[in-house]
Each structure stands twice: as C-alpha cells, then as structure tokens.
Design a protein around this ligand. Structure first.
Ligand SMILES: O=C(O)CCC(=O)C(=O)O
Length: 235
C-alpha cells in the first residue's frame, strides 16, 4: 500500500476511505463484542438537552478502559501506524478508542466539526473502523464536504440540510475511513439494524488531549466535559 500517496489524497480532500484495510475475522470478533456490550435497548448516555439540540443520537463506549484487549489489535497494526505517520508526521499521538453506537431508527449525527477550526494545526484525526457494511439499505452513511477542512468554521444553519458538494461514503466491513476533525461531516439516519463505528482518535504532536471537548454544530458549540451549550449559533 502506498501510504504517502494515500496521505496526499487525505490532505487534498480532508478524508480518506480504504476498503478491505482490516481482516474480516477481526471485524467479526469486534462486532460481536460491541453487540454483546450494548444489547438490544441500551440507554442514552448524553443529556436530553444534547440529544435534542445536537440532533445526534449516539451512545459512546470506551472498550479499552474496560480491558477489552481485542480492540488493541487495531491500534497495534503496523499499517495503521504507518499511514497515520504519513499523514501527521513522525510525532503523532494515539488517543483512546471509542465505539459510537446508534440504535435502529435513530437520527444519526447532524453536521459537525469535532473541534474548533480556529487554528489549522490544532485538530484530531478520526480513524474509523467499520465491522459491518453501511449502505443505502442500512442507512447511517457518512457524509462529508470534500476540502472543508480548509474552509474554516462550519456555517451556521439547518443541522440536517444537504450542503453543496457533499459526498456520501458507504464504508464496508473492514473499511478504514480517516476524517480530519475540521472536515464538515454528518451521519445519515439509521434505517436498518444498529449502526456503529469504532474511532481510534489520533492527533499531531503538541495537540491538547481534550481537543475534541468542544464540538461545532450548525446551531451551537457544545462542551462535553461541562455538558453545556457554550455558544448559540444563529443564521
Ligand atoms: O461513524 C462515522 O462514520 C462518523 C463518526 C463521526 O462523525 C465522528 O466521529 O465525529
């Protein structure tokens, strides 16, 4: 695999998809662990205010904090580290891994940037692993605006309206999607079974660990650590 070429592609578009990056057997194993953890009807972890205002219905899980070492096998893969190094340079940092679970029939995630785009060198990378196919039948496709990681703040507006130039990604079982934290992105409504991705976040060296504490939505900025709206955004 030509990691340097993939890095060029990433920096041009602000995202990258590589299908068949992960072995099928490992995907089955991780998928099973996620399903067992969440069960049929998991409770939401975020506040009502967040769920209502953000138009985002996800439940996070940090499996490595609970000693689920199977998830380490992704972070230990040489190919993933090599590709991350090609994108971020030699001194990058791996953060935690987080599963984002959405129940069937939920809204997905509204447009957002994972962190504030004011400083172009302060950002996170979402390194997303998919253990099952995501397509028009399942719903939950990931939508991005190519090049938006260079366009500053996500414009205020309708959290859900289509945006000019948007591209719909349909990752498959075993796909890797890498998203720049400043890229404008969202997840479409989940119309099939449960939908989840596992995010192995990484940052360039010198980035604060809490870089994703304040998320930018089209109608607000939301701070996760204080569970509060820190800025209303009005058109
Ligand atoms: O699960 C996905 O495809 C996208 C995840 C996402 O929006 C995020 O991690 O900020």
């Amino acid at each position: 695999m030509d990691y340097e070429q993939l890095a060029v592609q990433f920096w041009e578009a602000g995202y990258l998809t590589v299908d068949d990056f992960f072995a099928s057997g490992l995907m089955d194993e991780l998928d099973q662990l996620v399903v067992e953890h969440f069960g049929e009807q998991p409770d939401f972890a975020h506040t009502e205010e967040f769920l209502d205002r953000s138009k985002t219905e996800v439940i996070p899980w940090f499996p490595q904090h609970g000693g689920h070492s199977a998830f380490d096998r992704i972070s230990e893969l040489d190919g993933l580290a090599e590709l991350t190094r090609s994108i971020l340079g030699a001194d990058w940092n791996a953060l935690y891994c987080m599963v984002m679970f959405s129940k069937p029939g939920t809204t997905g995630q509204a447009w957002h940037q994972d962190c504030s785009p004011e400083a172009s060198d302060h950002f996170n990378l979402n390194r997303l692993v998919y253990t099952r196919d995501i397509n028009a039948v399942t719903g939950g496709q990931t939508v991005v605006v190519p090049g938006s990681h260079r366009q500053g703040e996500l414009p205020p507006g309708d959290p859900w309206a289509n945006m000019d130039g948007q591209v719909v990604l349909k990752p498959r079982k075993g796909s890797l999607v890498i998203l720049h934290g400043h890229t404008w992105h969202r997840v479409l409504p989940v119309t099939g079974g449960a939908r989840f991705s596992t995010n192995y976040r990484a940052t360039p060296s010198g980035t604060p660990e809490d870089i994703t504490d304040i998320c930018v939505y089209r109608n607000m900025r939301y701070c996760f650590s204080t569970q509060s709206v820190v800025e209303e955004r009005i058109v």
